[in-house]
Design a protein around this ligand. Structure first.
Ligand code: SF4
Length: 505
């Protein structure tokens, strides 16, 4: 190992500041966009940067995966100090290196005003292996710069990094013990390729941070490798902005913008577009609800004794129930409305309780609730996918679940292919179509209004209930029940509204 500056000398390089200016996450932010990095550093308390429940859950799951990954290296030494105790962490790392520890977790280094804590630093016969732990179920492109900046800083500290690996979850693993939970991908060549450019990038980041907010135009980088938290600050929010075109996506929207098309109205008339996008253009031009005459025929299959079904799911990095893969979604809640002959509706709901496998009791409750329905209405094929998964997870009910699957009928394409209201904003998700079509009904009065939040809250109730005060537990349970019920009631009211639209034509 080459001689390196002592930790206290390294920290004195930061002048008056007590901490280095960059970290690996700030480096990655700067690679995505200088404006994003500037805000992260100069406006760390910005609302957009505060982790919401979903992001916090992602962090918590990442920490769980990190802990399990450490278990694969028995005898490893953890630099177990607060993240911002920089000098102490550098000192402890240096001590562990001097003691020739075979494996160091969270080995911490600073160079070029950049601080990194390496998940696993493994001593090899010659040199070291740097291992970055990720909770994703595959190695992704965005992991390379992340690992490369760590390798750069470690090498600048005299650590001879010979090999770089990403230790990620293995999508072939099945709970409880089928296969290995982790898979390793060697990324050394890709990291080596990036390394020569890193000092220049770090210098550019630091230089930019010394100046005012940089003027960075919006573009595809706002969504790559992940959606920037400042999208609402930088992107126009006008209802006719090209990003609001149905099914456009960031890539096509940016292509339009490069040709000078920034609003839906500027799209050349001869441009080939999906029917729904053409209907959207007409609705915006005429500022009215468009209803296709074919809607009547599309509604014909929605007859007989109708039920309306919606699931909420859990999705855990480390699977929790038999046969589940990392991040696999599993149904843990449903809401069901069924039309009675007198025009009223009965409602049945199920929400799992406790950490045990919820799928068998959920499947039984759902089959019982839907037994009399002739058709069961869903919104998007999500419910079909979940029922198919249940056929595998609860094989003793597979035949009955298949029969239920055969009753499913999707309301989403009926709206997408026949109706457009200017307020849909290019989306046909329930949250976007409900209020424009059924003005008396919204999600605004609910605490939970989003499937991702619902998923995180269900997981919290099932797996860490003991850490939640009982009154909060009851409240969250009720919030979840209200949210799922609203989804099926929304389908009921949407179908009623569509029938009214047909009757009015
Ligand atoms: S929205 Fe785009 S331009 Fe604005 S900070 Fe984010 S990445 Fe940069």
């Amino acid at each position: 190992m080459k001689p390196v500056a002592s930790p206290s000398t390294q920290l004195s390089l930061f002048g008056e500041r007590a901490s280095p200016r960059l970290s690996k996450s700030r480096y990655a932010a700067g690679v995505q966009c200088h404006k994003l990095l500037w805000w992260k550093v100069h406006e760390p308390r910005a609302l957009e940067l505060q982790p919401d429940k979903v992001l916090q859950d992602r962090f918590d799951q990442g920490a769980q995966v990190g802990g399990l990954a450490r278990g694969r290296f028995p005898g490893g030494v953890l630099i177990d100090l607060p993240y911002n105790a920089f000098a102490e962490r550098l000192q402890a790392t240096r001590a562990a290196l001097d003691a020739t520890e075979p494996v160091i977790f969270e080995a911490s280094f600073v160079a070029d005003d950049t601080y990194v804590a390496i998940d696993v630093l493994e001593r090899l016969e010659r040199g070291f292996r740097l291992i970055e732990v990720k909770s994703s179920s595959s190695q992704k492109e965005e992991h390379i710069p992340d690992a490369a900046v760590q390798a750069h800083v470690a090498r600048r500290n005299g650590v001879d990094v010979r090999s770089v690996e990403i230790l990620h979850l293995n999508k072939a693993f099945r709970f409880p013990d089928q296969g290995d939970l982790f898979a390793r991908t060697d990324v050394t060549p890709a990291v080596e390729q990036l390394l020569p450019g890193i000092p220049v990038q770090l210098a550019a980041h630091l230089d930019m941070l010394r100046g005012p907010l940089p003027d960075v135009p919006i573009g595809l980088h706002c969504f790559t490798p992940r959606d920037c938290p400042f999208l609402a600050r930088c992107w126009p929010q006008a209802p006719d902005h090209i990003m609001k075109l149905y099914n456009v996506g960031p890539k096509k929207a940016c292509d339009y913008m490069l040709t000078g098309v920034h609003t839906i109205g500027q799209i050349p008339p001869k441009q080939k577009l999906p029917d729904a996008a053409q209907r959207q253009i007409r609705a915006l031009q005429e500022n009215r609800l468009i209803v296709e005459p074919r809607l009547k025929a599309a509604l014909e299959p929605f007859t007989g004794r109708l039920g309306f079904l919606d699931f909420e799911t859990i999705s855990r990095a480390v699977p929790v129930w038999p046969g589940m893969a990392p991040w696999e979604q599993a149904a843990a809640q449903f809401s069901y409305h069924e039309a009675r002959e007198d025009g009223t509706y009965r409602h049945v709901s199920y929400l799992a309780e406790g950490p045990q496998d919820a799928r068998p009791p959920l499947a039984r409750a759902m089959l019982e609730a839907t037994a009399d329905a002739e058709r069961v209405v869903m919104y998007t094929p999500f419910e079909r996918t979940r029922i198919r998964s249940l056929q595998v997870a609860v094989p003793e009910l597979a035949n009955d679940l298949k029969a239920l699957e055969d009753k499913l009928i999707d309301l989403h394409p009926v709206i997408r292919d026949h109706v457009y209201h200017p307020d849909f904003q290019g989306s046909f998700s329930l949250k976007y179509v409900l209020h424009p079509l059924v003005p008396e009904l919204t999600y605004n009065d609910l605490v939970i209004v989003d499937g991702l939040v619902a998923s995180v809250e269900i997981a919290r109730l099932l797996f860490v209930a003991q850490r939640i005060p009982p009154e909060e537990r009851d409240r969250v349970r009720q919030d979840l029940l209200d949210y799922c019920e609203r989804d099926t009631w929304a389908m009921v009211k949407l179908l009623e509204r569509l029938r009214e639209l047909v009757a009015a034509t």
